[in-house]
Ligand binder design. Structure first.
Ligand code: DAH
Length: 338
C-alpha cells in the first residue's frame, strides 16, 4: 500500500512538472484531486483495511493530497507568469496614439431644478413627499375639490386606464395623500413628480411634464406666509433682484387663488412680468377632506411647472429638448447650479 501511494505521488508530481499550459495543469488536477480522481479512489480503499491500519493510511493519503495541492499551486504560478510574459512580448502597444476622451454624466436640467428646490425647501423645514403617477380619480380630483362633473376637469383629464384610474394630471393629489397620512398633524411638504395631460404638440407643451407641489398646513397660516415662501423661491431660482406679482385667479383647491408672475427685464430695458405658477390658501373643503378642521387649521399651497422654470432660467426655446436626450443639449447643463 505504502508503495502504491509513493508511486502515485511520483507519477503525479512528474505529470505536474511536465505540464506546459494552464489547461494541461487543470486536467492533471482533475485526474488526481477531483471527486472521482486518483486520490479519492485511494481514500476509498480505507474500507478494505483493518481498523488498526486505517489511521496511518488515511494520514498518508492526506499528506499525498496536500503535497499535490502545493505542487499544483506552485506550477500554476509559474505557468501564469509565463503566459503573462508571452502576451506582453507578443502584444504591441502604440504609446503614441492619443488618449480616449471620456464623458462624465451629469444631472438632467429638470432634476437639477428639482434638487435645487428640494434643498431650498428642506432647509426651511419642509419634507419631500411623493405619490403614484397612476392615480385614483378620488385623490387626483375629488379630494382636491373637483367632484365628478366639475368643469375644471375638462382642462386636464386625459389618460384613463379604467373608470377610476388615470395618469395624474397634477402633483396636487400628493397633498391629499399626505394630509391623510399625517392624521391631523401640521405639515410642510414639497412633492416633485411627473404629470400627464393631453396637449398640443407645440414648443411650449408636452403630454408629460414635471411639477413641484408645495403644501403647508398649520395653525395661523396666512397669505403673507405664502407670499414669503414664493418670494424666497423665486429669488433663489432667478436672483435676489426679482419681484413677484400675485394676480387673482381660480383653482378649485384653493380660496383665494392666485397666479404668480415674476419680473424680468425686457429687451427695451423696461420691466415685464411672466407667469410661473399657481397658488393659494388651501380650500376649507380640501382641509376637511384631508382630516383638518378649517376653523383651527389653515394652509397654503402652490404648484409650479419644472420645465417652465428651467426654460426661463436657462433660456431654452423648445420644451421638447428636455425629453429627446440629445447629449449636445444635456452637456450644456453640467454643473450650472453649482
Ligand atoms: N394643480 C395646478 C395645476 O396643475 C397647479 C396648482 C395651482 C397647484 C394652485 C396648487 C395650487 O397647489 O395651490 O395647474
Amino acid at each position: 500500500m505504502v508503495e502504491h501511494i509513493l508511486n502515485l505521488k511520483n507519477t503525479a508530481l512528474n505529470d505536474i512538472n511536465l505540464a506546459q499550459t494552464l489547461s494541461e495543469l487543470e486536467e492533471i488536477r482533475v485526474k488526481y484531486l477531483s471527486k472521482k480522481g486518483e486520490v479519492s479512489l485511494l481514500m476509498g480503499k480505507l474500507r478494505d483495511l483493518s481498523p488498526e491500519e486505517r489511521p496511518a493510511f488515511g494520514q498518508q493519503v492526506n499528506v499525498l493530497k496536500e503535497s499535490l495541492e502545493v505542487a499544483l499551486y506552485q506550477k500554476k504560478q509559474v505557468l501564469e507568469d509565463q503566459a503573462l510574459l508571452l502576451s506582453m512580448a507578443s502584444e504591441k502597444i502604440d504609446v503614441t496614439l492619443p488618449g480616449y476622451q471620456f464623458y462624465q454624466g451629469s444631472l438632467h436640467p429638470l432634476n437639477q431644478v428639482i434638487e435645487d428646490l428640494e434643498d431650498l425647501f428642506v432647509g426651511m423645514g419642509y419634507e419631500v413627499a411623493e405619490g403614484p403617477e397612476l392615480e385614483n380619480d378620488h385623490y387626483n380630483f375629488e379630494m382636491m375639490n373637483l367632484d365628478k362633473d366639475h368643469p375644471a376637469r375638462a382642462m386636464q383629464d386625459s389618460f384613463y386606464t379604467d373608470e377610476t384610474m388615470l395618469l395624474r394630471t397634477h402633483t396636487s393629489p400628493v397633498q391629499a395623500r399626505t394630509m391623510l397620512a399625517k392624521k391631523g398633524e401640521p405639515l410642510r411638504i414639497i412633492c416633485p413628480g411627473k404629470v400627464y395631460r393631453r396637449d398640443d404638440d407645440d414648443p411650449t407643451h408636452s403630454h408629460q411634464f414635471t411639477q413641484i407641489e408645495g403644501l403647508v398646513v398649520d395653525r395661523n397660516i396666512t397669505f403673507a406666509n405664502l407670499k414669503d415662501a414664493l418670494l424666497k423661491m423665486v429669488r433663489h431660482l432667478f436672483g435676489p433682484e426679482r419681484m413677484i406679482r400675485l394676480r387673482p385667479s381660480y383653482f378649485p383647491f384653493t380660496e383665494p387663488s392666485v397666479e404668480v408672475d415674476v419680473t424680468y427685464i425686457k429687451k427695451d430695458g423696461s420691466i415685464g412680468y411672466i407667469e410661473i405658477l399657481g397658488a393659494g390658501r388651501v380650500h376649507p373643503n380640501v382641509l376637511r377632506m384631508g382630516g383638518y378642521d378649517p376653523e383651527i387649521y389653515q394652509g397654503f399651497a402652490f404648484g409650479v411647472g419644472v420645465e417652465r422654470i428651467a426654460i426661463l432660467k436657462y433660456k431654452i426655446d423648445d420644451i421638447r429638448h428636455f425629453y429627446t436626450n440629445d447629449l449636445r443639449f444635456l452637456r450644456q447643463f453640467k454643473g450650472v447650479n453649482k
